[in-house]
Design a protein around this ligand. Structure first.
Ligand code: IDP
Length: 160
């Protein structure tokens, strides 16, 4: 079952958030985590990962034909990333809203309080990632955390 509240949103939805190498190198982790916690998310799981070329390419497989793909893989493997499973009502959409538009230059103008406006540089180096749909969240969470269940079903050790 999906656990819906009265307004139809999914309670305890999960999404995948990532602080990309520029975010970690720039020491933005604490500020980003404060935004996460102040916005009512639970950090359900987290770990630091160094992606290799194959895993970065696989994570961004949907962009494999784009001109920026090899540059993206190089960026994503340039240092460690911090991946987090965030949980709250409407986690997917709310985390996307908090991070702001893909192009950090545009974010600084149109969404000055977004995380990408805070720590991103341009359309590639935008310091954070967020799943763009519940389907992506499911794929991306199991990409990094095989043990986490994402469906609306509450499993034995999923919740307190
Ligand atoms: P999103 O991260 O906001 O969902 P996507 O279009 O899914 O944006 O792109 C994935 C990642 O690929 C972006 O976060 C960014 O790092 C990189 N990227 C997207 N568009 C461009 C571009 O036009 N040039 C260079 N890198 C890009």
């Amino acid at each position: 079952p999906c656990w819906s509240s009265s307004n139809g949103s999914i309670r305890n939805e999960k999404t995948l958030a990532m602080i990309k190498p520029d975010g970690l190198f720039g020491n933005y982790t604490v500020r980003i985590k404060n935004v996460i916690l102040e916005s009512g998310f639970i950090i359900f799981k987290e770990k630091v990962v160094q992606l290799d070329e194959d895993s970065a390419a696989s994570f961004y497989a949907e962009h494999s034909t784009r001109s920026f793909f090899s540059s993206l893989v190089k960026y994503m493997t340039s240092g460690p990333v911090l991946v987090m499973v965030l949980e709250k009502e409407n986690a997917v959409a709310d985390w996307r809203t908090l991070i702001g538009p893909t192009d950090a230059r545009k974010a600084k103008i149109s969404h000055p309080h977004s995380i990408r406006a805070l720590c991103g540089l341009d359309s590639e180096k935008n310091c954070v990632h967020g799943s763009d749909s519940t389907q992506s969240a499911e794929r991306e969470i199991s990409f990094f955390f095989k043990e986490v269940s994402t469906g609306g079903v509450v499993t034995e050790h999923d919740e307190l």
